[in-house]
Design a protein around this ligand. Structure first.
Ligand SMILES: [Zn+2]
Length: 281
């Protein structure tokens, strides 16, 4: 019975994806970083909410993590590429999608005529790396913007970071409990950027009980938005500790997505038949 469910589910996923999104296995989850230093965080330059989150009118971003209506129905995320995308850039994005899919129950799929809401992946030169946060329920219809300017937005960790915003993750240091784990050094932050360090209201968001993750691909680096080259965020117990990275999503990042979307089993388990012991059909 279990095997039948698995085969059916995988078949359904493959069928819905078409040519652009066939699952590939095995998959390399982490790559050697090709980007080192401050240039690895291009999303900090987009000057949107918390740097790189695009807020549509009438949506309070602080609701993003807790309200089911802002989650993609059935964890299915249709996407389209703008015309003129370079194949190499497209492949990097598809690869980042596959990484998230394997560790969760999320599926990114090429948009079909039946999809009324989808992410439109663009490369506008005048914009940086940014994305919407979460899904927009009806009456919204149409594309949701997702922009990755070339070449700076194409490190695997940066792409995964933006895709995790699409799924509903905010920045790690915006968690309601962040003050227990990090100090914000306001004196080193330009006033114009203070709002980027806003803490999310715990009546609207949840951590899903996942431990604070200093290495999260969603965490700002320790020097983010510094006006004087001094630290702006420091780990409480280790002030020298680096924060965040843009190599790839961590187990904590994936765990939040699995809990957010109530994943019973990951796509990787479906493909390999390696189900967790607590899997119940
Ligand atoms: Zn971000």
């Amino acid at each position: 019975m279990l095997r039948w469910i698995a085969v059916f589910s995988v078949t359904t996923i493959l069928f819905r994806r078409g040519n652009g999104g066939v699952l590939q296995s095995p998959i390399l989850h982490y790559e050697q970083p090709s980007c080192v230093g401050r240039d690895c965080y291009p999303e900090l330059k987009s000057r949107l909410y918390q740097g790189d989150i695009l807020l549509p009118e009438g949506v309070d971003p602080k609701n993003a993590l807790k309200i089911p209506a802002l989650l993609w129905p059935d964890g299915l995320v249709p996407y389209s590429f703008a015309k003129g995308f370079k194949k190499a850039d497209k492949n990097k994005i598809l690869k980042a999608m596959r990484v998230i899919e394997m560790e969760t129950c999320i599926s990114f799929m090429p948009k079909t005529m039946l999809d009324r809401t989808w992410i439109s992946i663009e490369q506008k030169k005048e914009a940086g790396c940014y994305s919407v946060i979460g899904y927009r329920p009806l009456p919204h219809e149409g594309p949701l913007t997702f922009n990755l300017r070339t070449p700076e937005c194409y490190e695997s960790g940066t792409i995964q970071h933006e895709l995790l915003h699409v799924l509903g993750l905010l920045h790690e240091q915006a968690r309601p409990d962040r003050d227990e784990h990090v100090d914000i050094l306001w004196e080193n932050i330009d006033k114009a950027y203070h709002s980027d360090f806003a803490k999310a209201d715990e009546s609207f968001v949840t951590t899903y009980g996942v431990a604070y993750d200093y290495d999260s691909v969603m965490h700002y680096p320790k020097w983010a938005f510094s006006k004087n080259d001094k630290d702006t965020i420091r780990a409480k117990n280790d002030t020298e500790r680096e924060l965040g990275q843009r190599i790839g999503a961590t187990e904590g990042d994936f765990e939040k997505i699995r809990l957010m979307y109530n994943c019973k089993v990951t796509n990787e388990a479906l493909l390999t038949g390696n189900f967790p012991l607590n899997f119940v059909n």
